[in-house]
Design a protein around this ligand. Structure first.
Ligand code: ZN
Length: 210
């Protein structure tokens, strides 16, 4: 599914949200699965540059990990943020899976002096789980940041995105795809209603004549 992975819209604005958006839609039902195989996941990790190119080549030759684990983290991230958007608060039960990953992650992280100053990261050798750990850290950093209230779901497809618009009124993951679809639907319904009103109006005038 290499080509399909390359064509996924990257509208999340945050690593973990783009990860959650690796199914074609979230509403009205869950859409097509983009991460069907480990190779799909490898393509996605490369496209999003989750790990540096220098490490990627080594990582991709490792024994593949468990796709159930990959999808479990993704669904946990989706549920967590989707519930938050709908209810304005985090459901404590939704933190369990993420915390399970973070517990593992923190055994492998350290603070180190880098070219950009002190940073926490997974600096040692490459682990097959490393991209997944970095995604879990991305979810943690978003949850703990003041940007959390800007996480939203697309009115049309249900994808998650970070609203970075000035006034915080963005409603669609992507204006050109979902935005135009919603607008087209709104236009259709408006025209339909106008049509019904005209029909009713002409109906009532007929009633008057007869
Ligand atoms: Zn959308």
């Amino acid at each position: 599914m290499q080509n399909q992975i390359d064509e996924i819209s990257l509208d999340g604005g945050w690593l973990c949200l783009d990860f959650a958006n690796t199914v074609s839609a979230r509403k009205p039902d869950r859409g097509e699965e983009y991460l069907q195989t480990w190779d799909d996941y490898v393509s996605w990790v490369r496209r999003l540059a989750v790990i540096p190119e220098s490490e990627f080549n080594n990582w991709r030759t490792m024994t593949p990990g468990d796709m159930d684990e990959v999808r479990a983290l993704r669904e946990a991230i989706f549920e967590l943020f989707d519930y938050y958007v709908k209810n304005g608060k985090i459901h404590p039960g939704h933190l369990d899976t993420l915390n399970g990953f973070l517990h593992e992650v923190y055994m492998y992280t350290c603070i180190k002096m880098t070219e950009n100053g002190l940073q926490r990261g997974i600096f040692k050798k490459t682990y097959v789980e490393k991209p997944l750990w970095l995604i879990a850290l991305s979810a943690e950093s978003l949850l703990l940041s003041d940007r959390l209230p800007r996480v939203k779901t697309c009115d049309n497809c249900g994808w998650l995105f970070l609203d970075t618009s000035k006034n915080g009124t963005r409603r669609w993951c992507n204006m050109h795809t979902c935005g135009s679809q919603i607008k087209a639907k709104a236009w259709y319904h408006r025209k339909k209603e106008e049509g019904n009103r005209k029909e009713n109006a002409s109906g009532s005038s007929e009633a008057t004549i007869h």
